[in-house]
Design a protein. Structure first.
Length: 351
């Protein structure tokens, strides 16, 4: 495949590597259908001595036909015939190059700035597809329609999806759009100042302004590709955007336990909302030493403010009660990086 791709690139590069004289001569012949070398010189700025070399170069590329009469006639070839084969080769080449370009991006840990609308859209798509258990997205109505199938796939895969649609005035009517086929909980927010973003499992994140996606000018998007800094986008979504949005609809069907969370806020809200006994297994690190910790036990208390600025879980372990906070926690004992909640026993993270 590598040899085939290189050969295709060579062929396409040779076919399209036209100089100024070649372009002028080719367009003149196309418009006239058939010309002599003298007629080409008269219709263009190509010097008479250069015309023969120029048209033979076009003939070598299969763009014109030379009829060795007196005088020699340069005959246009139908572009459908001249470029038909190269068109299919070009399509195959683009598909192969795209596959090679996007594959490494999924495994690369990076923080980057991008200003191309198409690149931002591609990273949004990658982020949505990467979600394994938790996804937060803020989309315009146009982007919601574009990613509806991808979001529906995540719902079918059991991913919990918080969807924010903005501006609220343009959001589809719930009676006309099946929101619960693409999200677990849906809210709307006023204004075009609300950014477009996506956070998958707390680590793969994309952030961009609506302006960057609307007019594609000198505006940027930020990509946290499997980076620990993705918590910046996750925290911003939970405390600034989601908490100031208006509820639109929510799935009242209780999802089965155990459940897996990247966000402590989401875990706390589920525990408070459902009631009853819960058990937790938390993978994280000690906030003072930075050492990795895995804790299991019964959930005996939760702390939560409606502003979502505070969210924590207290777990009764064999070594006593331990307080679990979210990413970059400072008040609690442990920074919870991955939280598993079960009903009867502490969940096994490996299952």
């Amino acid at each position: 495949m590598a040899d085939d791709l290189r050969q295709t690139l060579d062929v396409i590069g040779e076919r399209f590597n036209l100089g100024e004289y070649e372009i002028d001569a080719y367009l003149a012949v196309l418009e006239a259908g058939q010309l002599t070398a003298s007629e080409i010189a008269d219709r263009t700025d190509i010097p008479q001595p250069r015309v023969y070399d120029t048209v033979r170069s076009l003939a070598d590329r299969g763009l014109v036909e030379l009829r060795e009469s007196r005088p020699m006639q340069i005959v246009a070839i139908d572009p459908e015939d001249a470029f038909g084969e190269i068109q299919s080769s070009f399509t195959e080449m683009v598909e192969e190059l795209t596959a090679r370009y996007t594959a490494p991006a999924r495994e690369t840990e990076a923080v980057s700035l991008v200003k191309s609308r198409s690149t931002i859209i591609r990273h949004l798509n990658d982020c949505i597809e990467a979600a394994e258990y938790e996804l937060a997205v803020s989309l315009t109505p146009e982007l919601l329609k574009q990613f509806a199938d991808d979001l529906a796939d995540r719902i079918d895969a059991g991913v919990s999806v918080d969807l924010l649609v903005t501006p609220a005035s343009a959001a589809p009517d719930p009676e006309a759009f099946e929101y619960l086929s693409v999200a677990t909980t849906v809210r709307t927010r006023r204004g075009i100042t609300t950014p477009v973003l996506a956070v998958a499992d707390g680590e793969h994140s994309v952030y961009a302004t609506q302006d960057a996606l609307r007019d594609d000018r000198e505006r940027y998007g930020v990509i946290f590709n499997r980076s620990a800094l993705g918590f910046l986008i996750s925290g911003f979504f939970g405390t600034v955007l989601w908490s100031t949005a208006e509820p639109l609809t929510a799935d009242t069907t209780e999802r089965p336990f155990p459940r897996r969370y990247a966000s402590i806020r989401r875990a706390v809200k589920d525990i408070r909302g459902l009631g009853g006994e819960f058990y937790a297994t938390v993978e994280g690190r000690d906030i003072e030493t930075g050492e990795p910790r895995v804790l299991s036990g019964k959930v005996i208390d939760v702390a939560f403010q409606e502003s979502e600025e505070v969210a924590a879980v207290s777990i009764e372990t064999d070594d006593g009660v331990v307080e679990i906070g979210g990413l970059v926690a400072a008040l609690e004992d442990i920074e919870g990086q991955e939280i598993h909640i079960g009903r009867e026993t502490p969940p096994d993270p490996d299952r």
